[in-house]
Design a protein around this ligand. Structure first.
Ligand code: GLN
Length: 556
């Protein structure tokens, strides 16, 4: 049970998905935290997957891995980046998780022979989890984002749980609706009707929003503010204009200007302790949105870009953010180009060589994480090019495994060197399945069974990794099933590759790099450093990678 008088703010979305509920939730969290209130942020995902780990990134966007190893929605990454701290399993729930525990309890005779039904049992399990998250975090205010859009079939039970909480604690629960106001090109006028309809839809659940965040391409004018207030039954001051912004990190600053945080505290009957301390955040936003600082051109060679006619950079969200944070720290603006690795495989050898040679214009190349066979040869070509042309390279997880395979193929001349993930019968399984993973795969146990979450790594003296982190022992988050095959390590090292980070027992290779004498910056990590990069504490490996990219630009 959460403490008596604990406060809840529910964030719901109207009209359509992708309107920025996550940014509103993160911003409210940051504001209240910086005003002196301990907060916790919760993401509710209405799908039946037990976690986000089994979904394809083109379906779902990035899978964000918590320190614990739980595979979650990318919004959780935003929450961590805004709050500047790690989140826990309690802060995330899916319909799958909720149903799984209700059903497990039913199988164990936990309901004493009663009917087990969505209401009350599933609803109460949801409430229990919301309270547990508050309790576990020792927070004063919980900000809970309910995924999906109002009117969806799937999230209705979560809204019902929120309604019941409000009914039980009328002074302690608020609803913030984030809606979208289109400005259709042919009409040229901002339309409020879809939002009015969405609010009425929410009313039909027995829920009245207390605040309305009006997302749009433009600011909301007074006339429309009044109209929305009257039609949606919301105090005019509580209708908050939220036009498009250059950077999501500006949102809390704008909300603070509009006194959104203070109005929330008033509505929750909490004292205003102090203004939000946002000086460091402000400085970061200034650097991150400064258009006048020089650009640095980074290519990301990946494969999860295409969903129909749209490019989905969401699949690598944390990587993009990590680049931005380090760039801001170095007073640079990162200009990211997406390169679909499949395009580096198409056509005859000549046209492939031509496409690959285009990589020369970039100051740095990143190959991010990935799974399976498609686009692999293209990535390997990009990596070889980066190595041979001394272009700063950062490989993340698959990007590290492929960097080592490329080295084995082209420097050690191990023909057919590969990963067992793609080529089961390769003569040289440079990357092989981890021992404990074999059984999971044989039993089709894919969900939540990878090597997941934070593990320690020791860094070798005199290496780039050690110089970047400035310490010997680090902890980073993982998500992989395969690893560098230990039987090849000696040979790779003899040929010049340095394994600068290993698991404490020395068995798992965590970081591979080339010595500075051979290459300005060629480094790959078995883990995902991007998950721990934060606006106010950029990740040292991304920073060093960009530093090398900056000096390439200078030399060119
Ligand atoms: N597919 C690789 C593995 O499972 C790399 C995973 C990743 O890049 N996250 O080991």
């Amino acid at each position: 049970m959460a403490k008596e008088g604990h406060k809840y703010i529910f964030v719901l979305g109207g009209v359509m998905s992708g309107v920025g509920k996550g940014v509103v939730t993160s911003s409210v969290g940051l504001l209240l935290q910086q005003k002196g209130y301990p907060v916790n942020l919760v993401k509710v995902d209405p799908y039946l997957n037990v976690d986000a780990g089994t979904m394809n990134p083109t379906e779902h966007g990035e899978v964000f891995v918590l320190r614990s190893g739980l595979e979650t929605d990318q919004d959780m990454g935003n929450y961590e980046r805004f709050l500047g701290r790690d989140l826990t399993n309690e802060d995330y729930m899916t319909s799958g998780m909720v149903y799984q525990s209700v059903i497990a309890r039913e199988r164990a005779l936990g309901y004493n022979g009663k009917f087990v039904e969505a209401i009350p049992h599933v609803r109460d399990e949801i409430i229990k989890r919301m309270e547990a998250a508050a309790e576990y975090n020792g927070s004063r205010i919980s900000v809970i984002e309910i995924g999906g859009t109002i009117g969806d079939f799937q999230n209705a039970l979560f809204i019902e749980a929120a309604r019941v909480l409000k009914m039980q604690h009328p002074d302690d629960v608020l609803f913030v609706m984030v809606s979208y106001l289109p400005v259709p090109g042919t009409i040229g006028e901002m339309k409020t009707k879809p939002t009015q309809t969405a609010v009425r839809d929410l009313n039909s659940y027995g829920v009245q929003p207390d605040f309305l965040i009006a997302r749009s391409t433009h600011s909301l004018d007074e006339k429309r503010k009044e109209k929305l207030a009257v039609w949606c039954n919301i105090r005019k001051q509580h209708v908050i204009s939220a036009p498009d912004i250059t950077s999501i990190y500006e949102a809390p600053l704008n909300f603070e200007k509009d006194r959104f945080g203070d109005m929330l505290l008033d509505a929750l009957h909490l004292p205003k302790k102090r203004k939000a301390s946002l000086a460091a955040w402000n400085a970061f936003v200034k650097a991150a949105t400064n258009r006048k600082i020089p650009e640095i051109n980074v290519a990301i060679v990946g494969k999860y870009f295409d969903t129909g006619d749209f490019v989905l950079a969401d699949a690598y969200l944390s990587v993009i953010e990590a680049i931005k944070f380090s760039a801001a720290k170095l007073s640079r603006r990162a200009n990211i180009t997406w390169i679909n690795s499949k395009e580096l495989e198409q056509g005859g050898p000549k046209s492939i060589a031509k496409s690959v040679a285009k990589l020369k214009k970039y100051h740095g190349i990143i190959v991010p994480g990935g799974f399976g066979e498609s686009g692999i040869e293209g990535k390997l070509k990009a990596i070889r090019f980066a190595r041979e042309h001394k272009i700063p390279y950062l490989g993340l997880c698959y990007g590290m495994q492929l960097m080592v395979i490329e080295y084995a193929r082209n420097v050690l001349a191990l023909k057919g060197a590969h990963t067992a993930e793609v080529a089961k019968n390769t003569p040289h399984p440079i990357v092989d399945v981890m021992l404990e993973q074999k059984k999971h795969l044989a039993d089709n146990k894919y969900g939540g069974t990878m090597r997941l979450g934070a593990y320690p790594a020791y860094l070798k003296k005199g290496t780039m990794a050690r110089a970047a982190y400035k310490k010997e022992l680090v902890e980073e988050r993982h998500r992989h099933r395969y690893e560098i095959n230990p039987t090849y390590v000696k040979r790779l090292e003899a040929a010049g590759l340095v394994f600068s980070g290993t698991s404490p027992d020395g068995v798992l290779m965590e970081i591979a790099e080339l010595p500075r004498s051979a290459h300005p910056f060629m480094l790959g990590t078995q883990f995902h450093p991007e998950f721990q990069a934060r606006p106010l504490s950029p990740h040292p490996l991304f920073t060093e990678f960009l530093r090398a990219a900056i000096s390439r630009k200078r030399k060119k």
